[in-house]
Write a new protein. Structure first.
Length: 341
């Protein structure tokens, strides 16, 4: 037998409150005393009330949706970050609408307008195409991850320390030359700290080193082509030297390791490889890769905490938005595996 749908009128009759008071419980609970909130909550439990989410959105404009704009999913860091963000539903009960930007500003701006049409309550941005100043202009709670963030809240890794950790290991392992492979991007981005850390520690220890920056592309095939070229150049330039290769992320490190295996059938003693992120590919590679762990789960949790803080403030009758953006930095952890001594 079909259960009768519980209405506001049923709850009002049970509690003795007016339907207006019941509506305020759902849409503006701060306007009720804690005692009255508890009475209504008890009634909902007893009556078996099932909330009509759509009606709630139409009534108060709060969708319980968070938008995410992510550059791509072929880099394992982004796919794992998305996995960790989606996993926060159990804690915060926010649902997610996800768009992949592919580094196209006009497309990402279209995505943001689409998300706002769905009444998202907050936005998490991992791409670098839209400035933080423009993001702030949308008057929406925003948290960025690993990108320029002068005007909005952010979470990032201590990339400089991560670069120092990776390079120092290769120096300790007595590599003859230390190489860092990275893409081309502005030095205003947090990830540029990996390059600064690499260069500073190499100069401090007076070791031979080379920064190899290229446009590594936005697809797996484009990146593989560029890494093949770089691998061949390294083989020709440093044939008999012990080479320490620090790559910008674990996806690049895995692809570079595969190129070595394709040529030698193993990792020769004159190669040491370190990645960055500790995304799943690092431990799942043909040879588990030494990497600088970004603590991706912690970054995702911190980003959601910071976003929920802002979204909860916006739900108050008299919200007081943050006077200044909050910036959180997570300490990286060096994880030694099979690609280094």
């Amino acid at each position: 037998m079909k259960q009768k749908k519980v209405t506001f009128a049923d709850i009002a009759t049970y509690t003795g409150f007016s339907k207006t008071t019941i509506s305020r419980y759902f849409n503006n609970p701060d306007s009720l005393t804690l005692e009255n909130q508890e009475k209504i909550a008890h009634a909902l439990d007893v009556l078996g009330y099932q909330e009509n989410k759509l009606a709630k959105v139409l009534a108060n404009g709060k969708s319980e949706f968070v938008g995410i704009i992510i550059p791509n999913l072929y880099l394992h860091y982004y796919s794992e970050m998305l996995n960790q963000l989606l996993s926060t539903y159990e804690k915060y009960n926010y649902k997610f609408l996800v768009f992949i930007g592919n580094n196209k500003k006009e497309i990402e701006e279209k995505y943001i307008h689409e998300l706002m049409a769905y009444k998202i309550e907050g936005l998490i941005v991992l791409s670098n195409t839209i400035s933080s100043e423009e993001l702030a202009s949308y008057k929406l709670p925003v948290v960025t991850i690993e990108r320029e963030c002068d005007h909005v809240c952010s979470v990032s890794t201590d990339n400089y320390l991560g670069g120092v950790q990776a390079t120092s290991l290769l120096i300790r392992n007595k590599c003859d030359v230390i190489l860092h492979i990275n893409s081309i991007f502005p030095d205003t981005l947090p990830t540029y700290g990996r390059i600064r850390g690499f260069e500073d520690i190499c100069n401090e220890h007076h070791v031979v080193h080379e920064l190899i920056q290229r446009n590594l592309g936005n697809t797996y095939q484009e990146t593989l082509t560029q890494l093949k070229n770089i691998f061949n150049e390294i083989e020709e330039k440093y044939p008999s030297q012990k080479k320490g290769v620090f790559l910008a992320n674990d996806t690049y490190a895995s692809m570079f390791l595969n190129l070595i295996f394709q040529k030698y059938g193993k990792l020769p003693k004159d190669y040491q490889i370190v990645g960055f992120d500790d995304s799943p590919i690092a431990s799942e590679a043909i040879l588990p890769i030494t990497t600088v762990g970004q603590q991706i789960e912690k970054i995702a949790q911190t980003a959601m905490e910071l976003l929920v803080l802002q979204m909860n403030e916006m739900k108050k009758r008299k919200p007081a938005p943050l006077k200044e953006p909050v910036h959180k930095q997570i300490t990286p952890v060096l994880i030694r595996r099979n690609t280094t001594d």
